[in-house]
Design a protein. Structure first.
Length: 113
């Protein structure tokens, strides 16, 4: 169990939604290997994200993948690219990121419940 206990209202404040990656391309200007992603979040529109996923994924395998995103972080400038949402994942034993995604397709923009 974590020592960093939060309340239910703390959890509700994080807006986690599913979206589909509709475009992915290399991001050679990033300090660490990363991709530029465009994620369709349904009613929220298409949002951009920079993600360090280069060890397990290629741009071609990412397109069409549904992912969980945090949509209410402030946008962050990553080099010449503005990242608008955080694509979530888990760090595996080898240090590579494994995407967090729904088991079955759901509507883009659906909120984590």
């Amino acid at each position: 169990m974590s020592d960093n206990i939060i309340t239910w209202s703390d959890f509700e404040a994080v807006d986690i939604r599913v979206g589909t990656i509709v475009r992915a391309e290399p991001f050679p200007e990033a300090k660490k290997p990363a991709y530029k992603l465009w994620v369709d979040l349904g009613p929220l529109g298409i949002k951009k994200s920079s993600a360090q996923l280069t060890h397990r994924y290629t741009p071609e395998t990412l397109v069409g993948t549904q992912v969980l995103t945090v949509t209410n972080f402030a946008p962050r400038q990553v080099g010449p690219f503005m990242s608008e949402v955080l694509v979530t994942g888990f760090v595996g034993k080898d240090g590579d990121v494994v995407l967090a995604r729904p088991e079955f397709p759901v509507d883009n923009g659906s909120k984590l419940a």
